[in-house]
Design a protein around this ligand. Structure first.
Ligand code: NZQ
Ligand code: ZN
Length: 386
């Protein structure tokens, strides 16, 4: 196991009715900017619950943060923060609203020329305006981590940044919010969380037995819960397990002391930036082929995964590893997710080479757990996924 330092300061309020307790988490003299997305919270009662809980506060609202949070919209929100002398941010939404709020938290205290530099200067963010979240869509884990992914339509870029100053102070996880989530977004949430675990697990053995079993148990729970939550999002038991699994998949716990890959995400973000494909679907398109392409360096963990998550006991290590890849793809398909890029866009023929060029421009010459996945390798994996 590698050395690690681990701290996660985000307080979680989990369960039915927890939105009522919002006021216990925010300083009484705070002037709050409440941020939300395209309006789902107006239809499912979350808006009323939040407003009621905040009735003793001065609250300014900023809605309209789109899926894949857009820089130009966030720049408008930043003006509101400055003009209104906001002191506290509250994200009410899914990963996009939370990531947008994280960006604003950092941008509010940023002293450089333009806040886009936060995405490009590669400096970890050490301080931000305090913020909390009310999660409405389990998927990204953003509610309990310090990362954020921001899109800039003007340049077709989608870049990640973060740092110890970007953890939410608290997050409210009420599984009842899942009732109103459309099936497509539930499938996305399961797929995103499952892939988060794989990115931190499907590398090479390092003797971290507990992290392996944490990771396997999250994947098993997602596999077990998926049919129930897809069938009935108001099934509270399924919703609770789904929600907590998504948070645990990317709150730092399973990544301690082990190598991480994250190449699927790096490639996937390009597909979203170029074609607007849902984040999770880009991962499903690429994951199987990423593992086929990097089979030799990942086969031990693939075989362990096949045995422990999918109960595959027959055949050689290689046979099991291949079966594990196939099971993963079958699982994504069972959620109604298409696995070929050509099923999402007709203009795919140059995608691999375009992504390779972008990686070269950014100096991303070695991705993955061994830092050896070149732009040409990325091109080939994407071409395998047409
Ligand atoms: O905008 P509204 O109207 O609220 O509708 C949203 C949106 O259209 C809707 N929705 C959310 N909660 C709902 C609901 N609809 C009905 N009922 C509810 N309770 O769902 C749609 C998608 O929302 P979004 O926030 O975009 O989805 P998700 O949570 O999957 O977030 C995706 C974003 O997170 C980034 C992705 O790249 C993408 O930009 N990620 C962030 C990560 C992180 N910070 O750690 C890691 C991930 O790998 C990922 O990259
Ligand atoms: Zn993801």
């Amino acid at each position: 196991m590698n050395n690690f330092k681990y701290r996660n300061p985000t307080k979680i309020l989990f369960g039915k009715g927890q939105i009522e307790n919002l006021a216990t988490e925010i300083p009484a003299d705070a002037k709050i900017l409440m941020l939300y997305g395209g309006g789902s919270i107006m239809k499912n009662g979350v808006y009323e619950q939040v407003k009621k809980a905040l009735s003793d506060y001065e609250v300014v609202e900023f809605g309209g943060i789109p899926a894949n949070p857009e820089y130009s919209v966030l720049v408008d929100a930043l003006k509101v923060i400055k003009e209104e002398n906001i002191t506290y941010l509250l994200a009410v939404g899914g990963g996009s609203v939370i990531d947008g709020t994280k960006f604003l938290s950092a941008a509010a205290l940023y002293e450089g020329e333009t806040p886009w530099e936060l995405l490009t200067n590669k400096k970890p963010v050490t301080e931000g305006m305090p913020f909390g979240t009310v999660l409405t869509l389990p998927a990204t884990g953003s509610e309990m981590n310090s990362g954020s992914v921001i899109t800039r339509a003007e340049t077709k870029e989608k870049l990640a940044f973060g740092g110890p100053g970007m953890f939410p102070q608290f997050s409210i996880l009420d599984p009842e919010v899942i009732k109103s989530i459309p099936e497509r977004q539930i499938a996305n949430g399961i797929t995103d969380a499952f892939t988060h675990v794989m990115e931190q697990y499907m590398t090479y053995p390092i003797g971290a037995k507990l992290q392996d079993r944490f990771a396997e148990s999250i994947m098993q729970t997602l596999v077990e819960t998926a049919p129930a939550i897809m069938k009935d999002p108001s099934d509270y038991e399924a919703a609770s397990n789904f929600m907590w699994s998504c948070t645990m998949a990317l709150n730092g716990l399973i990544q301690q002391g082990v190598p991480g890959d994250w190449a699927i995400h790096s490639m996937g973000h390009e597909l979203t930036a170029m074609y607007g494909i849902d984040h999770a679907r880009t991962l499903a398109i690429l994951a199987g082929n990423h593992y086929r392409y990097n089979f030799e360096t990942k086969k031990e963990k693939l075989a362990q995964y096949a045995e422990r998550v999918w109960n595959i006991t027959e055949g050689s290590l290689e046979d099991k590893a291949h079966a594990g890849i196939n099971k993963t793809e079958e699982f994504f398909k069972s959620l109604g997710i298409d696995l070929k890029l050509s099923e999402y866009t007709e203009n795919y023929s140059e995608t691999g080479s375009t992504v390779a060029e972008r990686f070269i421009e950014r100096g991303w010459n070695g991705l993955g757990e061994h830092k050896t996945l070149t732009p040409t390798d990325a091109q080939k994996i994407i071409e395998m996924s047409y």
